[in-house]
Design a protein around this ligand. Structure first.
Ligand SMILES: N[C@@H](CCC(=O)N[C@@H](CS)C(=O)NCC(=O)O)C(=O)O
Length: 206
């Protein structure tokens, strides 16, 4: 049994959707924040960075980093067909874009939503947000160019598209993003119409 520590509509949503889609045995623990915005003390002992998603594996070991979880879960449940296997020529692009989403887009999101964590000078927060928004816009452009006329990055649904759909849902202006990149809109709609994903998105209030 996997236990996923999550917060609604946070980075845990894609992992939750993938666990559901793979029909993995899992349960979720939705974390409430303390009045000061921090996560409860017990959670800091599970994940010293106190971030969601945090995944407790069936052997009780702890996994952090959402993209690593996506890759690992998809590999553990090959029947679900959510990842090209190691021998597939698509494996390189799959890993490339999964890490790109985590290292580039997710990171820009964190700077946009939590700018105060990226400076010791409060007055710099607005500048950090503005630059993050610019960077994110270019990062989406690069992803959309690679997607081209495909609905899914690898030609069929994979864990990558679920992760990408979650990140597009965090864009500061989703209608504007979809107007600029109709292929991202088509990808988002296709991913979120998969029944298992739709159910998890609804549970997350997304
Ligand atoms: N690199 C981590 C980042 C995780 C992360 O920063 N999660 C955010 C929510 S999306 C979080 O829990 N931040 C701490 C907080 O909100 O207090 C991952 O990909 O899992």
């Amino acid at each position: 049994m996997f236990t996923l520590y999550c917060r609604n509509s946070a980075g845990s949503a894609a992992v939750e959707a993938l666990l559901a889609l793979c029909e993995a045995p899992y349960k979720i623990e939705v974390l409430d924040r303390n009045p000061d915005g921090s996560f409860p003390e017990f959670f800091h002992r599970i994940n010293p960075k106190a971030e969601v998603p945090t995944l407790v594996m069936p052997d009780d070991s702890i996994m952090t980093e959402s993209a690593a979880m996506m890759i690992h879960i998809a590999d553990l449940f090959p029947k679900a067909g959510m990842a090209p296997d190691l021998s597939s020529p698509q494996r390189a692009q799959y890993l490339r874009w999964m890490v790109y989403l985590a290292a580039a887009l997710y990171n820009s999101d964190l700077r946009l939503f939590y700018p105060h964590r990226y400076t010791t000078v409060a007055a710099e927060s607005e500048g950090i947000k503005a630059r993050a928004e610019e960077t994110m816009s270019r990062e989406f452009e690069i992803y959309a160019e690679a997607l081209g006329s495909n609905t899914f990055m690898l030609g069929k649904l994979s864990a990558l598209d679920i992760y990408a759909a979650m990140l597009t849902s965090w864009a500061p202006d989703v209608p504007a993003l979809f107007a600029k990149h109709p292929n991202l809109k088509a990808m988002y709609e296709a991913v979120t119409s998969v029944p298992a994903v739709k159910k998890v998105w609804e549970r997350n209030g997304m």
